[in-house]
Design a protein around this ligand. Structure first.
Ligand SMILES: C[S@@+](CC[C@H](N)C(=O)[O-])C[C@H]1O[C@@H](n2cnc3c(N)ncnc32)[C@H](O)[C@@H]1O
Length: 209
C-alpha cells in the first residue's frame, strides 16, 4: 500500500525538521560533494545566480558563498531547516532565504543555475511534476543550467515516511521535457549517517528553448 503524499508540505517538513537533528536525517551530508560536482559539470561561475530548491539545512549555500558566489537563493518548505542553515555561518545574511511550498511559489526573478538534490522525487502526482516543469521554465532562462538528483530506480521507495518516485537518468531527462538538452548524467551512492547506501540518479541539463 502506498503512503499518501504530504498534503501540506510546509507543516509536514516543519514538523520533520523540528523533531530531528539535521545531522542525523538520512539525506545529511557534511560536505555537499554531489551538489558541488554538479555545479562544476554545469560550469557554474561565481558570477552565476544559483537557486537551491528544497535546500533545507544543506551546507551548499555556505560552500557556494565561500567559493565567491554572491547571488545564492535557498528555498524550502521548512523555516526551521533554513534557520539551522543560517545559524551555521556568519555570512548567511548574504544569501536570500525563502520559505515556500515550491508548488505554490511564484518566482519574481530568474536564476542561471537551478539545483535540486532529493526534492523532485517527492512529486508523485503527475500534476505536481507539471507544476515543477512550469516553474523551471519561469525560473531558468534559455542557456541556464538545471541539476537534479533523485533516488535511482534501485534506490529507497520512501523518505521521511513519504512515498517517492524513483528515476533512471533517462527518465529524469524525459521528465524535464524537450526544452532541455543533456550536459551529463550519472549515478551517485549517498551514505546516510546511519551507514545505509542510497543510490541516486543525477542529470545536468541546459535550457535550450
Ligand atoms: C530530502 S530533503 C533534501 C534537502 C537538501 N536538498 C539536501 O540535499 O540536503 C528534501 C527537502 O525538500 C524540502 N521540500 C519538500 N517538499 C517541498 C516543497 N513542496 N516545497 C519546498 N520544499 C520542499 C524539504 O523541506 C526538505 O528540506
Amino acid at each position: 500500500m502506498q503512503t499518501p503524499k504530504s498534503s501540506d508540505p510546509r507543516s509536514f517538513w516543519e514538523s520533520r525538521y523540528l523533531s530531528a537533528n539535521v545531522e542525523e536525517v538520512s539525506w545529511y551530508e557534511p560536505v555537499p560533494h554531489l551538489s558541488l560536482a554538479l555545479l562544476e559539470i554545469g560550469e557554474a561561475e561565481p558570477s552565476d545566480s544559483v537557486i537551491d530548491i528544497g535546500g533545507g539545512a544543506s551546507a551548499l549555500a555556505e560552500a557556494l558563498t565561500t567559493r565567491g558566489f554572491t547571488d545564492v537563493t535557498v528555498l524550502d518548505a521548512s523555516e526551521e531547516a533554513l534557520r539551522v542553515a543560517q545559524d551555521r555561518w556568519s555570512a548567511a545574511a548574504n544569501v536570500t532565504w525563502r520559505v515556500a511550498d515550491l508548488l505554490q511559489w511564484q518566482p519574481d526573478r530568474t536564476w542561471t543555475y537551478w539545483h535540486d538534490r532529493a526534492v523532485f522525487h517527492f512529486l508523485t502526482d503527475p500534476s505536481d511534476r507539471e507544476t515543477y516543469r512550469n516553474l523551471l521554465l519561469r525560473s531558468v532562462p534559455i542557456g541556464g543550467v538545471v541539476a537534479i538528483a533523485t533516488f535511482a530506480e534501485d534506490g529507497p521507495t520512501m523518505c521521511s515516511g513519504l512515498t517517492v518516485a524513483r528515476y533512471s537518468t533517462e527518465q529524469l531527462v524525459a521528465e524535464m521535457g524537450t526544452g532541455f538538452v543533456l550536459i551529463s548524467s550519472g549515478r551517485y551512492v549517498h551514505h546516510t549517517p546511519s551507514g545505509a547506501e542510497q543510490p541516486l540518479s543525477w542529470v545536468v541539463l541546459r535550457r535550450a528553448s
